[in-house]
Ligand binder design. Structure first.
Ligand SMILES: Nc1ncnc2c1ncn2[C@@H]1O[C@H](COP(=O)(O)OP(=O)(O)OP(=O)(O)O)[C@@H](O)[C@H]1O
Length: 286
């Protein structure tokens, strides 16, 4: 049996380790789904503060991608709210969210394969074409290879390179927050590592990031904080390294990777593992 949220969970329970102040992006008590009468999100909460890199992990089918899509207006929210800098953006259309500073990188089909890298990036600013040169400079600073290979067709790139183009395209509109849906999916371990490093680089360049990941261990290593979802609800939350080292989270959600996690924790620069994650809503009756 897994942790379940308590109706009386406080903000501190839900967003353990979050900085004080107004979040950049906040989702409160989201209920959403694809089919009438079938809820996939059953009261999800998430905040991302300016400059944060926030992860969403959890078992298959937990609703991680659905949460990201609901934030980006791609799944109808039936109840609850989403705010951006305090303003309500619940169920706003994706194109309007892009204009307001929300970027989204879907897991699949995220480049135009018949177009060059440069043309893909032009598509990223079709709502503000005059900004292309300035934004292209920013992108090339971040990912020099995209400048060197700007004329190459996106269809001829490797999976990891395509993912880089997809991220770059979303960055062309200068988002304040970037939503990444499983960017490491389908990549080899080395390419996954590169993708995580790129995500960190984007975040260090000043872009807040919310990342959904199946590779929970890696995601927790790079995130400031993370949310563990289970059955469309918040199960745990906390700083990435705390969750990574928490025996309950390891047992429930990191599974056989536990040995790796412990050895990574032993090497972590920020000291020994300390188990501080608490289930939301009390004893998960494990
Ligand atoms: N377009 C859709 N129409 C109907 N149901 C869907 C659709 N997309 C997802 N679902 C269902 O919603 C549930 C949650 O899916 P979601 O992709 O959000 O989970 P996830 O946590 O991201 O899982 P995974 O890690 O396996 O990708 C699943 O039961 C899935 O079958």
């Amino acid at each position: 049996m897994t942790a379940q949220p308590s109706p009386s969970a406080t903000r501190d329970d839900l967003h353990r380790g979050a900085p004080a102040g107004e979040p950049l992006l906040a989702a409160t008590d989201l209920i959403a789904g694809y089919l009438p009468g079938v809820d996939i999100l059953n009261g999800c909460n998430l905040v991302c503060h300016p400059g944060e890199l926030v992860g969403i992990i959890g078992p298959n089918g937990a609703g991680k991608s659905t949460l990201l899509k609901a934030l980006f207006g791609l799944v109808t929210i039936r109840s609850g709210s989403v705010t951006l800098q305090g303003e309500d953006i619940t169920n706003h259309r994706a194109d309007s969210l892009v204009r307001r500073g929300v970027g989204f990188v879907p897991q699949n089909n995220n480049v135009f394969p018949s177009l060059s890298i440069e043309e893909n990036l032009q598509m990223g600013v079709f709502q503000a074409p005059k900004t292309f040169n300035e934004r292209f400079e920013f992108i090339v600073d971040l990912f020099p290879t995209l400048g060197e290979r700007r004329k190459q067709s996106a269809g001829s790139l490797s999976g990891g390179e395509r993912q880089m183009v997809a991220m770059a395209r979303a960055l062309m509109m200068n988002p304040s927050v970037l939503l990444l849906d499983e960017p490491s999916a389908g990549l080899s371990p080395v390419r996954q590592d590169e993708t995580f490093l790129r995500t960190r680089r984007i975040n260090k360049a000043g872009v807040s990031v919310v990342i959904v990941e199946q590779n929970a261990r890696r995601a927790l290593q790079i995130c400031d904080r993370a949310y563990v979802l289970d059955q469309g609800r918040n199960a745990y939350s906390g700083p990435g390294r705390q969750l990574m080292n928490d025996p309950k989270v390891i047992e429930l959600y990191l599974g056989t990777l536990a040995t790796d996690v412990e050895s990574a924790a032993g090497k972590a620069a920020d000291g020994p593992a300390v188990s501080t994650a608490k289930p939301l809503g009390g004893d998960p009756a494990l």
